[in-house]
Design a protein. Structure first.
Length: 202
């Protein structure tokens, strides 16, 4: 039991570090300062609520193992996405200033917003801990569920704004990419264009 909780907490902490990324970045916001502040709290509150339910667990069930597996998958998606992006990475709700290219390799050949996908996957995974144990603390469970909905809505809106920004920046080359690759579902792989096509329009 304790080994499971420690392993879960360790992976969860790694996930938080990956999505928080405190390195200084040259970015510009896609939302007002108030909305971005609300977004950051909206991320943390439901995620931290889930830790209460984890450490209140008295029995490890199949749902608990499913939750851990999904948590690991989501964390790996975020890690792989950030590695592929490199210096082009920016916080959710921000875009990189003056990017030289946009990413179409690795996981980005399958999904346009894999970091957001990873966050959504983790949120779904954590629900397998919270919902079966909702009787522990109803108010915290509702906070988690409402916060989870907020996270999904914010990420969808943010992804739409990023798409519009990149379409304006890179023009037809990004539009072609966006038409081939879905925002959140890895159903089609991108067929690359010549490298010169990925530079910003003059």
């Amino acid at each position: 039991m304790i080994a499971y909780k420690i392993a879960y907490t360790t992976v969860f902490a790694l996930f938080l570090v990956l999505i928080s990324d405190f390195r200084n970045k040259k970015t510009k916001p896609l939302f007002t300062r108030g909305w971005l502040l609300l977004m950051r709290w909206g991320y943390l509150i439901p995620l931290l609520c889930s830790m209460f339910f984890l450490w209140k667990l008295e029995v490890i069930t199949i749902a608990s193992y499913i939750s851990f597996f999904i948590l690991v998958c989501g964390t790996l998606i975020v890690a792989a996405s950030k590695r592929e992006l490199g210096k082009r990475h920016s916080w959710a709700g921000y875009v990189t200033k003056d990017p030289e290219t946009f990413c179409v390799t690795g996981i980005y050949a399958w999904v346009r917003h894999p970091i957001y996908v990873g966050i959504m996957v983790v949120d779904i995974g954590i629900a397998f801990i919270v919902i079966p144990n909702i009787a522990f603390q109803l108010q915290l469970a509702l906070t988690f569920l409402i916060g989870g909905v907020f996270i999904f809505v914010f990420l969808i809106v943010s992804s739409n704004r990023e798409t519009k920004h990149l379409a304006n920046k890179f023009g037809e080359s990004f539009i072609t990419y966006a038409q081939q690759v879905y925002a959140f579902f890895p159903l089609r792989k991108f067929k690359p264009l010549p490298a010169a096509e990925y530079v910003p329009q003059e």
